[in-house]
Design a protein around this ligand. Structure first.
Ligand code: AMP
Ligand code: GLY
Length: 413
């Protein structure tokens, strides 16, 4: 089987790495890939025609889409119907991520455990509602915003400010969701689904803030770990009952065929687990710990999702823990320092998934904000963490920065 993985991040490097190990795999191509992936082809995620041409001429059998942007734009609808299969949700199904309004209304229609929320067609329309509230609020621009459209506010005054920011950034007619602010640790649950059954990965957690102790600005993710000690079997059972099962039931009831990875972003509140968001894809950097934890093949589950046999492909996982420390570029998440050479990966003694790297004149250099994911496993979180950090200390590029507490504490996302 020939496979094309669409995307260029650490998540896509991990997906390509895992699929390359499958007995059924002949070759994995990355479009466009990064400095660490093999068999790259210079076709952007947004170039659907270029992707189709490559897949037709290269006799690709399966396309796996990594990031949200092409899914939201309908890459699966555009490429389906040819001689190759495309693993990912359709544009309509991907609304679970691409429209926070649609997703929240879906949660409400199906009684899914989530924060109370209200919907507005513009920031101005939301202002009157916000003024009438008390307590913490969360203001969300409804569209895809790469994590920059959500404002967690202590009260109405800050929420009104947030609405102004939404208007400035996304326009006077930007649809908005206003939610009650929940409190508690966050956790990510992901799986492979065909819309009827789902095969779940263990719980994982990412670290969104730049600095140790969950301080500093928000980022795309500075590291991740699995499993999550505070998600015990009882909590997991509750999440399945109050969030995952009603989601699949709702999709079936509404006739939405969802095939792909599905991500549940949850908060563990005093009143039980609540769903904050769906993503129509795997999380990054969570994927970089989940796929190394997976014992055995990923490919059969992906293929089974096309045949209605996914329920026969339960995942099993290695014992122990996996930790991913992200090495970020100088200046990240602001103005980046790029172009510097990277050394020490070979000697690091850990699995390294690349993200913001490229090969320039034969040299591996920094080309993006999150540069490398340094991933290590161990019998427990502490051992995995020590191994990951020992590896980080062997890698070098100018300006390199990373958190020193990934997997060390309660770690909010
Ligand atoms: P979202 O993209 O909807 O997951 O929101 C991004 C982040 O905002 C989440 O990971 C949480 O940290 C925070 N957040 C979102 N909704 C809420 C909520 N209702 N209460 C508290 N924090 C939230
Ligand atoms: N790690 C969170 C995300 O991928 O959206």
């Amino acid at each position: 089987m020939k496979i094309a993985v669409i995307g260029r991040g650490g998540r896509e490097h991990a997906i390509a790495w895992k699929l390359a190990q499958s007995a059924g795999t002949e070759n994995v191509f990355c479009l466009p890939g990064n400095g660490g992936t093999a068999n790259n082809r210079p076709v952007a995620e947004s170039d659907f025609r270029g992707i189709r041409e490559f897949c037709d001429s290269g006799r690709i059998d399966l396309v796996v889409v990594g990031p949200e942007a092409p899914l939201a734009r309908g890459i699966v609808d555009e490429l389906s119907g040819g001689r190759f299969r495309v693993f990912g949700p359709s544009r309509a199904a991907a609304r679970l991520e691409s429209s926070k309004t649609w997703a929240k209304q879906f949660m409400q229609r199906h009684g899914i455990a989530t924060a109370a929320g209200a919907f507005f067609e513009s920031p101005r329309a939301a202002a009157a509602h916000v003024r009438a509230q008390r307590g913490g609020l969360v203001v969300k621009y409804s569209g895809l915003a790469a994590g920059k459209g959500v404002f967690v506010c202590p009260g109405p005054a800050a929420a009104l400010e947030a609405l102004k920011q939404v208007e400035g950034r996304y326009g006077a007619d930007a649809p908005v969701v206003v939610e009650e602010r929940l409190e508690g640790p966050e956790v990510s649950i992901m799986g492979v689904t065909d819309g009827k059954s789902i095969q779940l990965f263990p719980a994982s957690r990412d670290h969104k803030r730049l600095l140790d102790g969950d301080l500093g600005p928000n980022t795309g993710g500075m590291g991740a770990y699995t499993p999550v000690p505070d998600v015990d079997a009882a909590t997991m059972a509750e999440i399945e009952k109050t969030v995952i099962a009603p989601t699949l039931g709702g999709l079936a009831e509404e006739g939405i065929a969802y095939r792909g990875f599905l991500y549940f972003g949850l908060m563990l509140t005093a009143a039980g687990p609540k769903l904050l968001e769906y993503n129509a894809r795997l999380g990054d950097p969570e994927t970089e710990v989940l796929l190394p934890a997976l014992d055995g093949d990923l490919l059969p589950a992906l293929l089974a999702s096309f045949d209605g046999t996914l329920d026969r492909h339960p995942f099993s996982f290695k014992p122990g823990a996996v930790v991913d420390v992200v090495l970020a570029a100088g200046g990240y998440p602001g103005d980046l320092r790029t172009g510097d050479p990277i050394s020490g990966i070979e000697e690091a003694g850990a699995q390294v998934f690349h993200a913001g790297t490229e090969i320039r004149d034969g040299v591996l250099v920094v080309s993006g904000g999150r540069v490398l994911n340094v991933v290590a496993d161990g019998p427990d979180l502490g051992a995995a963490r020590r191994k990951a950090y020992a590896a980080c200390r062997k890698i070098h590029f100018e300006g390199m920065q990373y958190r020193t507490d990934i997997g060390a504490g309660e770690g909010r996302a």
